[in-house]
Every structure is written in C-alpha cells, then in structure tokens.
Design a protein around this ligand. Structure first.
Ligand code: CTP
Ligand code: ZN
Length: 154
C-alpha cells in the first residue's frame, strides 16, 4: 500500500455494508435511521475505487445489526451490496443482498388513486421489472415506480 492510500479502519463488532452502488451510501444510512448522534463509531466512504464496480460506497457501523426490513430496503437502492457481520474483528457472516421478484409491504405506490393507497386492506405489492435501472410495477394499478420514487420514500 502506498503512502497515497488511506486505509479505513477495521471495526471490532458490528456490520459492514460493502459494495454499495457509488453515491448511495447516504440513502443506506437513511434506511438505517442513523443520525450520527448514536454514539457509535461509523465510517461512511463514498465513491472509493472498487475492483468489482469501478467505484463503490461502504458503510461501517460498530455495535449494530440489521433487520430483514432494512436489508430488503437496502437491496432496492444498492442491489449489489454485501453485508458483513463482524465479531471480534473477523467476518463471521457475509450475505449478498438480493432483490426478490415480488416486493411486498416495503414501499408504497405513488399513484394516489391506487387501491393500495385507499382504505381498502390492500398491501402494496410490486413486481421487479428491471433491477438496473430499477423499475417496479404495481400489482394493483400497473404504475411503474423508478428508483427516484423509492428514494423519496426512505
Ligand atoms: N471489515 C471491517 N472490519 C473488520 C473486518 C472486515 O471493516 N474487522 C470490512 C472490510 O474492510 C471489507 C468488508 O468488511 O470492506 C468485508 O471484509 P472481507 O470479507 O475481509 O473483505 P473482502 O474479501 O474484500 O470482501 P469481498 O469478498 O466481499 O469483496
Ligand atoms: Zn398502484
């Protein structure tokens, strides 16, 4: 490693979300509801060089695990992210996020006239038409949501 490189510290216990699409780390942070005032050590790296994807973002959080809803939402904004669980400096678990073909109860339809936005008991449901660029088709009204529509709801 040359003097020109700065290596970001390893964490002791917690979660590293790696291979986030370049530019989306702050959206991931938003999904996690992190304000920065939690008294946890956190590192957010944006647009750093990556062998796999040219550039990537990384979010490291000490002492925090992720729940299934958070992982599902991360998959929407960063479909190639890997989630590493760290214990005593070792990666004890690594999982690649994956977008399911059908997305239920994670985000809402943006069509105000959609039945999922009425008082009817219709849980928002979408079919993944495309991962990149992200295109989600509403099960009820056929409206196509784009990534910007998803980011707005985080
Ligand atoms: N990491 C960390 N603290 C640790 C261990 C790992 O912050 N105590 C970070 C690494 O810097 C890396 C990620 O967690 O960003 C995954 O670690 P590792 O699996 O060791 O790295 P790679 O082999 O490069 O991962 P991949 O195969 O997913 O690219
Ligand atoms: Zn709809």
């Amino acid at each position: 490693m040359s003097e020109k490189e700065l290596r970001v510290s390893k964490i002791k216990d917690g979660t590293v979300i790696d291979h986030i699409s370049g530019g989306y780390a702050l959206d991931v942070v938003k999904i996690l509801g992190i304000t920065g005032r939690e008294k946890r050590v956190m590192t957010i790296a944006i647009n750093v060089p990556s062998k796999r994807f040219k550039v990537k973002d990384i979010v490291k959080i000490e002492g925090r695990a992720l729940n299934a809803r958070e992982v599902n939402r991360i998959a929407l904004v960063a479909p190639h992210a890997s989630i590493n669980i760290i214990r005593d400096y070792d990666v004890v678990e690594k999982l690649e996020v994956k977008l399911p073909k059908v997305i239920e109860a994670i985000i809402n339809c943006v069509n105000p006239a959609c039945i999922s936005n009425s008082n009817e008991p219709a849980v928002a449901k979408f079919y993944v038409e495309s991962e990149e660029p992200l295109l989600l088709k509403c099960h009820y009204c056929g409206y196509i949501l784009e990534k910007a529509d998803v980011l707005q709801q985080l």
